[in-house]
Design a protein around this ligand. Structure first.
Ligand SMILES: [Zn+2]
Length: 300
């Protein structure tokens, strides 16, 4: 059973600080989880290479077994697609909702494959030059996707994308929708999300620790455990997502306690089913995991 911890918004002002990133890496070290760190290449218009503090932390993380991957270019809401409804509904997305209502035609017209390829390549180069590493994977800011994004990623030779999601109920919890009924997670759904080219899709389940409160702790843990079991049953990687600062800016930093308990649960549950828990980066999971998935999908 593969468990891929993933982190969004590295370098993105308001949702990441160097101190928070350092704390979070210490948590993953404690839990024995390698993480995939989705980094914004040009956050607030400043290329990663000019942020020496982040460069040092990320270089050390990459040499210590974590993965640095690409999170858009500037983290504009519409630079590579349009965010799904559940994200546009979040309370802090008011300005994006207004912009979409005002400029939808222009936004969609700008999402051509060549334009997206150009933005992908620019962002990738910024990270690769700053850290002297190769980028394998991508996650879109605000999970904003469109068909052309996947064509662009495939044509640019990315190994995997992780912008799709499997568990919308995670955002029901954030949007105050009750009861938040878990959506089914199955191998069939996972296979359906796979791109027909070489690009591998590794969908995330949900964000469980966004400014988490004790009031929501148990109901969110129930959902995460549901999702882990469903991924185990489906034979697909479990890919939770957290954000650098929000996981430690909830009540009493209970996001960290959430991951401690989730990691314990995952090891125990996998063991109970006679499986080892393999904690991997997404790049390692993509290289290793379901190429058989596609063969099976095409045979059926
Ligand atoms: Zn983001």
């Amino acid at each position: 059973m593969i468990f891929c911890a993933t982190v969004d918004d590295v370098c993105y002002e308001g949702y990441s600080t160097e101190a928070h990133l350092t704390n979070l890496l210490a948590l993953f070290q404690e839990l024995g989880l390698p993480a995939t760190l989705f980094t914004v290449p040009l956050a607030q218009g400043i290329p990663l290479g000019e942020r020496s503090g982040y460069v040092d932390i990320l270089k050390q993380a990459a040499s210590g077994g974590h993965e640095v991957a690409q999170h858009g270019l500037e983290h504009d809401r519409f630079e590579c697609g349009v965010p799904p409804r559940m994200i546009m509904d979040l309370p802090h997305e008011g300005p994006a909702r207004e912009r979409l209502a005002r400029e939808r035609d222009a936004i969609e017209a700008a999402l051509t494959t060549p334009a997206i390829r150009q933005r992908l390549a620019q962002g990738r180069r910024i990270i690769e030059d700053a850290l002297e590493i190769r980028i394998a994977g991508f996650r879109a800011p605000c999970l904003s996707i469109c068909d052309n994004l996947f064509h662009a990623l495939d044509q640019e030779g990315y190994l995997y994308d992780s912008s799709r999601h499997l568990q919308e109920a995670g955002w029901d919890l954030l949007n105050g929708v009750r009861p938040a009924i878990p959506r089914p997670i199955t191998r069939e759904i996972y296979d359906r999300l796979q791109y027909p080219g070489r690009l591998r899709t590794l969908p995330l389940t949900a964000e469980y620790t966004w400014y988490l409160t004790w009031e929501n702790f148990d109901v969110t843990m129930d959902l995460a455990q549901h999702d882990f079991r469903a991924c185990l049953d489906a034979g697909i990687p479990f890919v939770p997502i957290c954000h650098v600062s929000p996981i430690q800016q909830g009540e009493d930093e209970c996001g960290f306690e959430f991951y401690r308990r989730l990691a314990d649960f995952a090891r125990a549950e996998a063991g109970r089913r006679g499986e080892d828990l393999e904690a991997l980066t997404l790049a390692a999971a993509a290289a290793k995991a379901p190429s058989a998935t596609r063969a099976e999908a095409s045979v059926q």
